[in-house]
Design a protein around this ligand. Structure first.
Ligand code: ZN
Length: 303
């Protein structure tokens, strides 16, 4: 069914306000946490679901605080989809009171472990020990699609066949994306396959596509820590030692500190979309566009 443009614009506007998108009557209400989880949920759910994405474009999931409107959406949901692995730490408390089932879409993915620094305690009840940034490997997003299809099929069995077919079609696109990334990375000389990131968000990408991680501006899987002067000096040494050409800074992060490090070390700051999609019509409006944008930016900076 084709919708008139004005309705599409209205849909985009309402989605940006975290309000429900118009859908068929009686549609199943799904709340997704991040724009990435929301994009995959939209692909798998298609017209059968009424989707609300909590995080606005450009929001940092590690520091996201839900609004009263978000709480109302959660209360009203038939199904709640989270990235999981501790990414949505600030939602944990309110979700325990939500009436709908909560599904962590990263369930079943073998998570990277965080090598925590000495003296660093991990006792605040969240999964800080595991790296939540699984989506930087498209094969993990295929797991999301399968998990989302299973959760939707459980909750809305009338459309189970469609959900599974949508997930399968999407997984084929993700497979093609993975193959394209392998080809693109081959354009970068082996010795230049070195990544420095604003925080530890590129671990899955590095492991899958054969990059070294020379360091991070913030020594954490989260964006919330502040580096000390000593940590910054150590990072600059590591950048020089590895000959890293670029520091990759997410669009949700203020690049000021990375700019200073880049100036000190003769590297450059390159922006990536990893924590959030771009606005609709921007260069990373879908997960697949986001990965294509990021890989192209890496190849341009490192080859
Ligand atoms: Zn992150």
């Amino acid at each position: 069914m084709k919708r008139p443009t004005s309705l599409l614009l209205l849909t985009a506007f309402l989605a940006a306000c975290a309000a429900p998108t118009p859908a068929e009557s009686g549609a199943f209400k799904v709340v997704a946490s991040t724009t990435l989880v929301g994009d995959v949920a939209a692909r798998v759910g298609g017209a059968h679901i009424q989707l609300v994405t909590l995080l606005p474009v450009g929001a940092d999931p590690h520091s996201f605080e839900p609004s009263p409107q978000d709480l109302a959406a959660l209360e009203d949901a038939d199904l709640i989809l989270l990235n999981g692995l501790g990414l949505e730490a600030n939602l944990a408390n309110i979700l325990s009171a939500a009436p709908a089932p909560v599904v962590e879409v990263s369930d079943g993915i073998t998570a990277r472990e965080f090598e925590s620094e000495e003296g660093h305690t991990e006792d605040d009840g969240h999964d800080h020990g595991l790296d939540p940034h699984v989506w930087m490997d498209p094969r993990n997003v295929a797991v999301w699609a399968v998990n989302i299809a299973a959760a939707l099929a459980d909750a809305d069995p009338a459309h189970a066949t469609d959900y599974r077919a949508n997930a399968e079609a999407y997984a084929a696109e993700l497979d093609a994306l993975h193959n394209w990334i392998v080809e693109q990375v081959a354009l970068i000389p082996t010795e230049d396959r070195v990544l420095v990131a604003d925080h530890d968000s590129l671990g899955y990408f590095a492991a899958t596509y054969g990059f070294d991680l020379a360091g991070t501006v913030t020594a954490s899987f989260s964006t919330l820590a502040e580096p000390s002067a000593q940590e910054l000096a150590a990072l600059e040494d590591a950048i020089r030692a590895a000959g890293a050409l670029a520091i990759f800074v997410d669009t949700t992060i203020n690049p000021a500190l990375a700019e200073r490090i880049a100036a000190d070390t003769g590297s450059q700051v390159v922006r990536l979309y990893s924590a959030s999609l771009s606005e609709p019509g921007g260069p990373a409006a879908t997960y697949i566009d986001l990965m294509r944008y990021n890989v192209s930016a890496m190849v341009a900076a490192l080859k």
